[in-house]
Design a binder for this molecule. Structure first.
Ligand code: MG
Length: 408
């Protein structure tokens, strides 16, 4: 028997013609066949934009007054353009990846890999696609630009492609550390009056219980309040941290170092304050492991930290299936990164308020049209792709640097 394989599959094709000897057969497939749409990349540019924060943000790893936004612009052979953003923090090593190292890795390692392949974005989250487990921020920056391009080609929003359900999202805001408790309290009141319905306070040893006590006193018992330690505590602080239970704190985020799993398990098992993990979970493998160990009952999923939108969606599917509370964290993204985070945050398994505040919370002027908050909510962009692009006058500004890294 000879079988000729002149079979054309269309996206979601159900019928296939094939020929055996002189007879033609029409066969109904019993499964859905999906051909992955591939992207052929013609040009990649790195666009570096200096942005001033609207107010300094002090966390346990330093004071942040400004940052350099690194945008990635990918153009395909049909002229479609996708935008991504590398949000690896400037000046600090965040779980081993500084902004400088991250951008260099994109330029020297990942972009040559990307342009050597026909790219199907759905495959990019697979283990091994990038050839390394490191440099998640760099992977995410490029992958998110391909997602934007992919959705624009399909003429639909990233939210729709990912299966997002919310058109508008209740968002939270982070209040950093200050020199005095009064300053923290004043900022919390200001943010609540701006319309935020949830506040997360940064804490560290010496700047914790009394701060939370005073903030809770002015915000009232029902207001949603969380704390984030960015790994500033050690196992000796467990009893101290349990005092937070008296102030109806929704959870404590990343109390211990990212690799101090035993202390997280110890705190989580005492059951008085819920434990959320951020820096400890960088992949779906980490996620499954931490949940199996009982190290946390809430998860902060940042698409940039976990290496891409695809990985974030896969992790969302895990927490949803296991009934675990989760939310989308932010990394001081400009409008480019914020737009794609909002699309991810619109997925139904994200049960808690994300750290995705309005543009004015972060920047004197955003790179895109600003994201505004109304009644405590921000709308998820509806336009094709991520629904926003950098403002033309910003792209034309003398202050930015544009580097063509690849051109076919
Ligand atoms: Mg955090």
């Amino acid at each position: 028997m000879r079988i000729r394989s002149d079979i054309t599959l269309h996206r979601r094709a159900e019928l296939v013609l094939f020929r055996v000897d002189e007879c033609t057969y029409l066969v109904e497939l019993r499964f859905w066949s999906v051909i992955l749409v591939t992207v052929q990349i013609d040009r990649i540019r790195l666009v570096t934009v200096p942005v001033e924060l609207s107010a300094p943000l002090r966390t346990s790893d330093g004071i942040h007054k400004s940052r350099e936004a690194t945008l990635i612009e990918i153009t395909d052979s049909q002229g479609y353009v996708g935008w991504g953003e590398n949000v690896a923090p400037t000046g600090v090593h965040y779980v081993g990846e500084s902004h400088q190292d991250s951008v260099q890795t994109m330029r020297d390692q990942f972009i040559p890999l990307l342009v050597s392949r026909e790219v199907a974005v759905e495959e990019m989250d697979r283990n091994g696609w990038w050839g390394t487990e490191a440099f998640n921020f760099a992977k995410h920056a490029l992958e998110s630009a391909v997602w934007d391009l992919h959705a624009r080609k399909e003429n639909t929003s990233l939210k729709n492609i990912l299966g997002g359900q919310l058109d508008s999202i209740v968002v939270g805001v982070v209040v950093g550390m200050s020199d005095t408790i009064d300053e923290v309290v004043a900022e919390c009141v200001q943010r609540r009056n701006e319309g935020y319905r949830r506040i997360k306070i940064k804490i560290s040893p010496g700047h914790d219980i009394e701060v939370v006590r005073q903030v809770r006193a002015v915000l009232g018992d029902e207001y949603l309040l969380q704390v984030d330690a960015n790994g500033a505590y050690t196992v000796e602080h467990i009893e101290h941290l349990n005092q937070l239970d008296a102030f109806n704190v929704q959870f404590i985020e990343q109390p211990f170092a990212h690799d101090d799993i035993d202390s997280h398990i110890a705190l989580a098992r005492q059951g008085r304050v819920r434990v959320c993990m951020d820096e400890s979970i960088s992949s779906r493998k980490d996620l499954e492991q931490m949940l199996d160990l009982g190290a946390c009952s809430v998860v902060n999923i940042k698409p940039s930290r976990v290496g891409g939108i695809g990985e974030a969606v896969a992790m969302h599917n895990i927490v949803r299936a296991r009934g675990v509370d989760a939310w989308v964290g932010g990394m001081l993204e400009t409008g480019i990164g914020r737009a794609s985070c909002l699309a991810v945050a619109s997925l139904p398994g994200f049960t808690m308020t994300p750290d995705l505040s309005a543009s004015r919370r972060y920047f004197a002027r955003d790179i895109t049209d600003p994201f505004e908050m109304h009644d405590g909510e921000i709308r998820v962009p509806k336009g094709p792709g991520i629904g926003v692009v950098p403002a033309p006058d910003i792209l034309a500004s003398d202050a930015i640097r544009i580097e063509t890294v690849f051109e076919r």
